[in-house]
Design a protein around this ligand. Structure first.
Ligand code: PLP
Length: 363
């Protein structure tokens, strides 16, 4: 059978080498007589997996000691409430930047706990761009500033880190669910970063949080124990049973990334892949990408066919060519090609060739 390329937005494709290693170790991990799924999270075997997973992540990103790395459950959506519950620290307001559907959800959830100042929004342009920082109206009394570095549905990405004095001013918080580890990350610019694993990291079920230590320890009254970052930090993410198998696979992905040359190399590859697709979209009247050129995501490439009557045929033929899960999000329609770290260049090349051919056939 021909190679199949999976463009799902998440849960998404994982590196083949990682899946092969997981398959080989599935029944008996390193001669332990156990599958990783069967290990006690407090046993020496799993502890060694957890330690390596964290240390590889720290090494990949370059995370200083004053940041805690937490391996949680609940998905990125749980962070929409955990962030305000932990970071308000006696304040009653928070700044949010609204660049699309995920920011909107984060805002809605946080507004249950505090007053939200939407400091900037691209809603007027139908969320097709990132508002430049000179247009932000930050409330200096707010406890933190939250933004979504990559809008997975809209395909809008920040290619810059907001210029905020996170240490002496208001901590910067980012939902990096769909672009974490796609490029180098200067974590010292942030108070907190979070990501659901199921796009660039590993299987669904794991949520990664990196948080500066001094922000911990002042949760809102009534915060459930499991929603208190400090509890997880004090217990090395083992206060309760962590998502062990998802952590193990994510650890294999970290090792794979190190092997590939790290985040700078990944960024180069991701730029190459994204350019292949956007060049086609720019030079072909048959397709259209609604996102402002400067803010186009390297991870999620939404596009439409000028003639929507051809949508079904496009998806059918793509499928027949081994190019799967290209249908756009149900709320926006059209197509979306998600090209996370694990998507090889060959997959994008094949997609571009198919799209050119389809356009020629139906022009
Ligand atoms: N934030 C972003 C940017 C996402 O893409 C998603 C999911 O696709 C979420 C948050 C929600 O993640 P979860 O389903 O893990 O709660």
């Amino acid at each position: 059978m021909d190679q199949i390329y999976n463009f799902s937005a998440g849960p998404a494709v994982l590196p083949k080498e990682v899946l092969q290693q997981a398959r080989d170790e599935m029944l008996d991990w390193h001669g332990s007589g156990m599958s990783v799924m069967e290990m006690s999270h407090r046993g020496k075997e799993f502890m060694s997996i957890a330690e390596k997973t964290e240390s590889d992540f720290r090494e990949l990103v370059g995370i200083p000691e004053n940041y805690k790395v937490l391996f949680l459950q609940g998905g990125a959506s749980s962070q929409f409430s955990m962030v305000p519950m932990n970071l308000l620290r006696g304040k009653t307001k928070a700044n949010y930047i609204n660049t699309g559907q995920w920011s909107t959800k984060a805002i809605k959830e946080a507004s249950r706990y505090c007053t939200i100042n939407v400091a900037a929004s691209s809603e007027k342009t139908n969320f097709t761009c990132v508002p430049t920082q000179d247009k932000w109206h930050l409330d200096p009394e707010a406890a933190y500033i939250h933004y979504t570095s990559n809008e997975t549905i809209g395909g809008v990405e920040f290619h810059w880190i907001p210029d905020i004095d996170s240490r002496n001013g208001i901590p910067l918080v980012a939902d990096m669910s769909s672009d974490i580890l796609s490029r180098p990350l200067d974590i010292t610019r942030f108070g907190l970063v979070y990501a659901g694993a199921q796009k660039n990291l590993g299987p669904a079920g794991l949520t990664l949080v990196v948080v500066r230590e001094d922000l911990l320890g002042q949760p809102l009254t009534g915060t459930p124990t499991l929603y208190d970052y400090q509890i997880h930090a004090q217990n090395d993410s083992m206060y309760n049973t962590p998502p062990t198998y998802a952590m193990y696979i994510t650890g294999l992905v970290f090792a794979w990334l190190k092997n590939k040359g790290g985040l700078a190399m990944m960024e180069k590859i991701n730029i190459t892949k994204a350019n292949l697709l956007y060049d086609l979209l720019n030079n072909n009247d048959f397709y259209h990408c609604p996102v402002a050129k400067a803010d186009r995501s390297r991870m999620n490439v939404p596009f439409t066919l000028k003639n929507p009557a051809l949508n079904e045929e496009f998806l059918k033929q793509a499928d027949n060519n081994g190019l799967i899960q290209l249908k756009g999000h149900r709320s926006v329609g059209g197509m979306r090609a998600s090209i996370y770290n694990a998507m090889p260049i060959e997959g994008v090349t094949k997609l571009v060739a198919f799209m050119n051919e389809f356009a020629n056939q139906h022009a």
